[in-house]
Design a protein around this ligand. Structure first.
Ligand SMILES: NC(=O)c1ccc[n+]([C@@H]2O[C@H](COP(=O)([O-])OP(=O)(O)OC[C@H]3O[C@@H](n4cnc5c(N)ncnc54)[C@H](O)[C@@H]3O)[C@@H](O)[C@H]2O)c1
Length: 384
């Protein structure tokens, strides 16, 4: 497994195209890649005012005043819809990326129930559009006078742990070979995104040494600054900010939780190593060991404990809420992470205590209007 200082060798000066760079994972990834010296090119919808992304962009600028070698958070970006194949293709051609990380998605289970068609359009056709833009790009042209190609373009499609057919069998940990068949529209759209990637890989990318493609099936991530609706930790933060009681739905649901930088560092490992050697291509589960699978209720309590340590004496009241409509959400979900451990010699980076400490700290700094770009850089520096 490549550590932060080794990743610099792979990413410094490289062109990384990220779809969904304005989202939660995308924002952290921009900070991480900037730290590694990469040039980030983002394609996503325009972020909302006051979003994590905007705060980080401003924070990076503020930091610049004291920093000689300034590069903006992203080198180039387009705010457009992933369903717009013309704009997407033009962007891919212009950027000519060394790496492509696909994270743009409609990522919410509940919104998937309300807007299934939109969810499929973005998550399935969005993936197809990106793969098509890469296929139609000029990467198949020899790139020097001798007719040789440079290193292959390295592509990673980020899906989810929900891609598997899930019968709520407790204690079962999904393996990469298990059947892909998410049950709700969001989960299913991500299964389809996996299948589309497979078809493109086998049909267009496999025999050429120009492309390397993997998918990553990550579980729930947490980290300070996520403001997405209907996610447990952002809900906890909002309850503190708005001085309201915290309502927990599905308190007994068990999920694997990881600190957001954990899968991001693995994504960078997959993209870096597969670029050098085809043997690293694959479809990887990215999830924590069994001990990090917590119930929603325990997770909530741990977050408030970590918050109290920063904000002495803070007490947050919690209530278990009854859902008005009973939409299916899997009660149990765990991934078998032995493949990624074996292939990448991966060992957990952030334990649950560190995860909570860092998550609460970034939210705390957000609430206090401190520079959260700096807060995240400090976490990365501790790893370097
Ligand atoms: N956050 C998690 O816990 C989690 C867990 C498993 C998988 N994932 C996956 O990771 C990826 C990133 O998740 P996130 O938490 O950062 O989500 P997010 O909602 O914070 O960000 C989504 C990003 O996609 C972009 N996007 C959405 N619709 C788009 C469209 N029509 N056209 C162009 N861009 C569009 C948004 O602008 C944003 O940049 C997603 O693919 C998601 O399914 C996330």
């Amino acid at each position: 497994m490549l550590k932060i200082n080794e990743l610099k060798k792979y990413y410094s000066g490289k062109r990384v195209l990220i779809t969904g760079h304005t989202g939660f994972k995308g924002s952290y990834m921009c900070v991480l890649l900037k730290y590694l010296g990469a040039k980030v090119y983002g394609y996503a919808l325009k972020p909302e005012k006051g979003s994590l992304y905007e705060l980080l962009k401003k924070g990076a600028k503020l930091q610049h005043r004291r920093d000689e070698a300034y590069e903006p958070l992203v080198t180039g970006e387009v705010f457009a819809d992933i369903r717009d194949i013309k704009k997407l293709t033009a962007f891919v051609k212009k950027v000519k990326p060394d790496y492509v990380l696909h994270m743009a998605a409609q990522p919410l289970v509940l919104l998937g129930y309300d807007e299934p068609r939109y969810t499929y359009e973005v998550n399935v056709m969005g993936t197809v559009n990106l793969l098509e833009a890469i296929r139609k790009g000029e990467f198949h042209e020899p790139q020097n006078r001798k007719g040789e190609f440079y290193e292959p373009i390295s592509i990673l499609n980020v899906t989810t742990d929900k891609v598997y057919e899930n019968n709520d069998l407790s204690n079962y940990a999904f393996k990469e070979k298990d059947k892909l068949c998410g049950r709700d529209p969001y989960a299913n759209s991500k299964s389809c995104s996996e299948l589309a990637t497979y078809a493109y890989e086998k049909s267009f990318f496999a025999d050429k040494n120009i492309y390397r493609v993997s998918t990553a099936r990550a579980g729930n991530v947490i980290g300070g600054g996520d403001l997405n609706a209907n996610r447990i930790i952002p809900d906890c933060y909002r309850s503190i900010k708005n001085k309201k009681e915290m309502l927990i739905r599905n308190p007994k649901s068990i999920r694997p939780y990881q600190f957001v930088l954990e899968p991001l560092i693995l994504y960078l490992n997959i993209m870096a190593l597969q670029k050098k050697d085809k043997k690293f291509e694959g479809n990887y589960n990215i999830g924590p060991d069994k001990k990090a699978c917590l119930t929603t209720e325990v997770l909530t309590k741990k977050f408030f404990e970590a918050w109290s340590a920063l904000d002495f004496g803070h007490h947050q009241s919690i209530r278990i809420a009854k859902l008005s409509k009973s939409l299916h959400e899997s009660k149990f979900l765990r991934l078998d992470n032995s493949l990624i451990k074996k292939v990448f010699k991966y060992k957990e980076i952030f334990n649950m205590n560190k995860t909570m400490e860092y998550t609460a700290k970034v939210y705390y700094d957000m609430l206090k209007n401190n520079n959260i770009y700096r807060s995240i850089i400090e976490i990365i520096e501790e790893l370097d």
